[in-house]
Structure formats: structure tokens, C-alpha cells
Ligand binder design. Structure first.
Ligand SMILES: [Zn+2]
Length: 187
């Protein structure tokens, strides 16, 4: 239940409370609350926890955070980043990435600094590929060929974006393994 936002018992942290959306930022220069209203926050909070899968939730966090701000936002946002942070946070609304502050992002999804840091740590800086979580039931007895998965990621752009966005890397990995050994040369 831990990835569904429900209460659960952790060996290291004891009873972990049910996830709850927290209040938005206050008097923020990015004006997050004007851009994303409470109803929309509730909706994406529920959607995020409904994913129920750690790997895909991390993919989502990765996609919502970036080191560089897109050009069109640069003029308004550049000087307003939090001190000591080179990461920009965004929430997608109506197909558009809306820049928000870290606090707004964290509180909307009830995420800890640690959860966000872990996602950054597990993302390969050069390729942007998020490494697989091998802990727990999904990782057991399965050793994916990471190189093959990475090469497949290069080609995944050919799949319509909407389908590929949160594609399960484990599924992808097993697909790749079942293809011919010449897979990487044939596409
Ligand atoms: Zn804010």
C-alpha cells in the first residue's frame, strides 16, 4: 500500500501515515496558487497516488523536475529559483508545464525531500534514464540487461509520446530480451 498513499508499516520508520495533500505555498514569487487552483491540485494528487507504482511515480517526478528552465519561461523565472537549488519544478496543466516552487510541488503530492533526492540520484545525468528499482517483489530473480534497455529507450521516441511516457521499463526490458540478438542493429 505504500505507493498508493495509504497508511502502512515501515520496518525503518514505523507506522507511516496516509498521504495527504498539504497547503500550498504562501506569498510566493512564482504565484503558484494563481496558476494551479486547489481543485486541480486535489486531482493531480489523487492521480499521482493512484499510479501505485514506485518506478512510475519516480518517472513522473523526474519528468516534473528539470535542471534547465525552458526558454519561454526564462525571463520570468530565472532569478526566482530557490537559493541553492538548480532544479525547476513543474506541474502539467492542459498539456502545458507550469513552473511552480519546490514547496508547492512537494506539498501538492505530499512528497519528502528524500523522495525527490532519490529520484535525482537514480537518474543518469547524461542520458536522463532513471535506473530500475530492484528492491521488493519486482526485482527478485530478474536481472535486466541495462544496456539493452537503454538502447531501446533511444528508439522509444518512435512510439507515440502519450504511450511511451510512463512505459514500464520492466515490460520494455522483457520485450527487448525476447527480440532477436540483432535487435539493436535492425532498428
Ligand atoms: Zn510557490
Amino acid at each position: 500500500m505504500r505507493n498508493c498513499g495509504e497508511e502502512y508499516d515501515s520496518k525503518t520508520r514505523g507506522r507511516v501515515n496516509k498521504r495527504n495533500m498539504n497547503p500550498p505555498c504562501h506569498n510566493c514569487k512564482l504565484k503558484c496558487t494563481e496558476k494551479i487552483d486547489e481543485n486541480y491540485r486535489k486531482k493531480i494528487f489523487a492521480m499521482f497516488w493512484a499510479i501505485g507504482d514506485l518506478q512510475r511515480q519516480r518517472e513522473f517526478i523526474k519528468d516534473s523536475t528539470q535542471a534547465d528552465v525552458p526558454k519561454y519561461q526564462r525571463s520570468t523565472v530565472n532569478r526566482k529559483r530557490e537559493r541553492g537549488s538548480n532544479q525547476a519544478y513543474s506541474i502539467t496543466k492542459d498539456g502545458e508545464k507550469i513552473q511552480v516552487c519546490k514547496q508547492f510541488f512537494k506539498n501538492t503530492f505530499d512528497l519528502s525531500d528524500r523522495a525527490i533526492r532519490t529520484t535525482f540520484k537514480k537518474t543518469d545525468k547524461r542520458t536522463g534514464v532513471l535506473s530500475l528499482e530492484m528492491r521488493g517483489k519486482h526485482g527478485k530473480g530478474r536481472n535486466l540487461n541495462e544496456e539493452l534497455v537503454k538502447s531501446a529507450m533511444v528508439h522509444i521516441e518512435k512510439i507515440p509520446r502519450i504511450l511511451s511516457h510512463y512505459v514500464d521499463l520492466r515490460v520494455l526490458g522483457s520485450m527487448v530480451e525476447n527480440l532477436s540478438p540483432n535487435f539493436t542493429e535492425t532498428i
